[in-house]
Design a protein around this ligand. Sequence first.
Ligand SMILES: Nc1ncnc2c1ncn2[C@@H]1O[C@H](COP(=O)(O)OP(=O)(O)OP(=O)(O)O)[C@@H](O)[C@H]1O
Ligand SMILES: [Mg+2]
Length: 240
Amino acid sequence: MEPRPSVIQTRLKDVNRVIAVASGKGGVGKSMVASNLALSLAKQGKKVGLLDLDLYGPSSHLILGFNPDGFPDEEHGIIPQEIHDIKFMSLVYFSEDKPGAFRGDDVTNIILELLAITRWDDLDYLILDLPPGIGDETLDVISYIPQTEFLVVTTPSKVAFGAVEKLLKILIEGKLPLLGVIENMTRDSSEYISKKVSKLNVSYLGYLSYDAQVEDAIGDPLKLLETNLSKDILKVSKKL
Ligand SMILES: Nc1ncnc2c1ncn2[C@@H]1O[C@H](COP(=O)(O)OP(=O)(O)OP(=O)(O)O)[C@@H](O)[C@H]1O
Ligand SMILES: [Mg+2]
């Protein structure tokens, strides 16, 4: 019998909320939202953890400017290192940021292992940065952390929303906890996304404007906290 699933719930017993930042589409800003939301909540005094579950293309460490310096400490589990008061866990501690190629079973194994070994202790929020689509990572999160609440990111594009709508329908059909949709990288006001989201009876949590300052602030959390994106994320964080 696989013992890790039951260990996972013990590891998460003092974690108040698990929020997965997901999307049916790639490149819409999931990692940006996950990292900036973690920064914003930590700045508001919340106890926050961030787990990068994008095993093929981890990027949270790049956004937060985190260079793992060797393995994290171990004591009854792995203790995540802290960046700007965020407890951070990612495969990059172990892969040293080298590229990885994994098959489905490997993905599930890595996710089970990360969840079973990490000592989050008590947290107000554990944020998960998911890869795009409805693949193994998303399905494993649903199986092994059923309390996960989904925060779904789209852009204003009809193409992006076409894929996002499929994820939303799966979450709705599965009666899974769904916080709502964030529209990212808006450039002008359009009600296309908010109307589509409302039609599905899902909460539209607001929009994050396209912010040209962001690229320059990547890797520097203090700079990120000064961007307009961070101000927009603060507004969204109050609705969670
Ligand atoms: N509001 C924004 N304003 C400006 N640039 C943004 C904004 N949100 C995200 N970006 C940029 O868009 C790109 C994609 O963002 P990000 O990597 O967060 O997307 P993703 O959905 O996590 O992608 P993937 O599907 O590959 O995981 C990045 O270069 C990021 O800096
Ligand atoms: Mg990403």
